[in-house]
Design a binder for this molecule. Structure first.
Ligand code: 6GU
Length: 246
């Protein structure tokens, strides 16, 4: 997969993409991530990327020309006429694991990071094919949001994670939150791990984990429960436990 990121602060995105899992995926050729500075595509002497909003009001708005020209230059270089062009904006559709899975199927993605008060609406209407927000809060720019989106997508590329299950047992892939995890020591400051985890009974461990996922989701994110495909017996067990915690 190739991902082109267009932004105003390339250093803000470069170093997180040069660490850990994403760094290894890049080194192994599983993903090619190219970061572009929108300012490099501004043609005037001062490399102007923003201007005052028509109609007045606070802040600056990103000009359309450098963004269109950057995107068009990249498409030309790649030799592709159609690819998803995603504008990161608080006005976008909400990002989720399902959106990450959908985006991970493409061979090319272009991400455009806004900054300041906004981006000229003609970029949204005539260049972007999608607009994404990572949540209901306001960031100073799309750079951090782009990092979130790229991380969630790269993890889904086959071969990026050590074992393919680690992606599918994670919180949200099953629709439920992940169960509690423990490692050594078996007793820390007097706090023991749940005995079932050292019972050697894999069926019981799987059942305990599934039930923990259900209970945790019911308590913290009841809005997600319907995605968890609970059977009648699990629903009964959950209700008993919520009413009567052990
Ligand atoms: Cl994509 N951009 C900005 N500036 N703020 C956000 C966001 C994006 N998603 C949530 N807040």
């Amino acid at each position: 997969m190739r991902i082109d990121i267009l932004c105003l602060f390339p250093e803000m995105v470069a170093s997180p993409l040069d660490q850990s899992i994403i760094k290894r995926a890049r080194e192994r050729g599983l993903v090619n991530i190219v970061i572009h500075n929108i300012r490099d595509y501004a043609r005037d002497k001062h490399h102007t990327v923003d201007d005052y909003p028509y109609g007045g009001g606070p802040g600056m708005v990103l000009k359309p020309e450098p963004i269109f020209e950057a995107a068009e230059a990249i498409k030309l270089q790649l030799g592709v006429s159609e690819m998803p062009i995603i504008l990161l904006t608080p006005q976008g559709r909400l990002f989720s694991q399902a959106v990450a899975q959908e985006l991970a199927r493409h061979s090319h993605l272009m991400l455009i990071c806004g900054h300041y008060e906004g981006v000229d609406e003609r970029v949204c209407e005539h260049l972007a094919t999608d607009e994404i927000s990572i949540g209901d809060y306001v960031l100073s720019g799309g750079e951090l949001a782009a990092l979130v989106v790229v991380d969630a997508i790269v993890r889904l590329i086959p071969g990026v994670l050590g074992s393919q299950d680690s992606a599918s047992i994670d919180s949200h892939s099953s629709g439920l939150l992940e169960y509690p995890q423990y490692t050594r020591p078996p007793v820390y400051r007097g706090w023991p791990i749940p005995a079932v985890l050292i019972s050697g009974n894999h069926g019981e461990i799987a059942q305990w984990r599934r039930r923990q996922s259900i209970l945790r989701t019911a308590k913290r994110r009841p809005d997600l429960l319907e995605k968890g495909n609970l059977c009648d017996e699990e629903k009964k067990w959950m209700l008993e436990n919520l009413l009567n915690p052990k």
